[in-house]
Design a protein around this ligand. Structure first.
Ligand code: CA
Length: 240
């Protein structure tokens, strides 16, 4: 039998933790609960979960501090972290993402949304990548031949757009802030305005066309995400 994916819930409010745990259990996950940073660390030392749901406001060390520490640790750095936060300010979201969170959910949230986010970070942990080829939905990118195809149609991309798409596809389903994209695609030794990212995302969408272009979502106040969960092309391309 396949092992159920483990989810560590770090949350000091027991009512919220319990609600999350019940929903996870009913949907094929194995939740464990830690109510503060010390017990969360003990859980992590004992067994690595597949996903961590991390509350921002905890007694003692904050979720933000924990996320930074876990990202800096070789053993825990690959475990996806979804921050749970009552803060919806743009600066707070960016701080969460910059601390290494893969995604965040603003309280109050629907359990449906929470489950969707958990599934999404699990999916992106195992991208379909063999050699230089990465495929998401009908979109394929081969970094050994510099070819990008959508529904087997060859697409023409500039070098920066290619690098950007390569990064987004190999780190799909997670939100990347503009500064993260600059660091990872352009290199952090280069000084470029964050607006440059928007320009290249726009060019990339144009090069991909309406259907494939709509796989790159703008996450308001946070950044960009490449997702296989494409909405109707006409609807999702409006206003981008
Ligand atoms: Ca809390």
């Amino acid at each position: 039998m396949r092992q159920l994916p483990g989810v560590l819930i770090v949350e000091d409010e027991s009512a919220i933790a319990e609600l999350i745990a019940v929903n996870l259990r009913h949907n094929g996950f194995r939740p464990t609960w830690a109510m503060d940073s010390a017990s969360a660390q003990r859980e992590l030392d004992a067994v690595l979960p597949d996903v961590i749901l991390l509350d921002w406001m905890l007694p003692g060390e904050s979720g933000l501090t924990l996320a930074k520490r876990w990202r800096a640790n070789a053993r825990t750095k690959a475990v996806p972290i979804i921050m749970l936060t009552a803060r919806s300010d743009e600066t707070d979201r960016v701080a969460g993402l910059d601390a290494g969170a893969d995604d965040y959910i603003v309280k109050p949230f629907s359990t449906k949304e929470l489950l969707a986010r958990v599934r999404a970070v699990l999916r992106r942990r195992a991208p379909e990548q063999v050699g230089g080829l990465v495929a998401i939905g009908a979109l394929s990118l081969d970094s050994s031949t510099y070819r990008v195809t959508f529904n087997d149609q060859l697409l023409k991309l500039g070098p920066t757009e290619f690098k950007l798409l390569n990064y987004l596809m190999t780190h799909a389903e997670r939100v990347h802030s503009r500064s993260q994209l600059l660091d990872n695609v352009w290199g952090d030794h280069v000084f470029i305005e964050e607006r440059t990212v928007d320009v290249h995302v726009k060019r990339l969408r144009e090069a991909l066309g309406v259907s494939a272009g709509s796989m790159i979502e703008t996450v308001r106040g946070a950044g960009y995400r490449l997702t296989a969960q494409v909405a109707q092309p006409v609807a999702s391309s409006a206003g981008l």
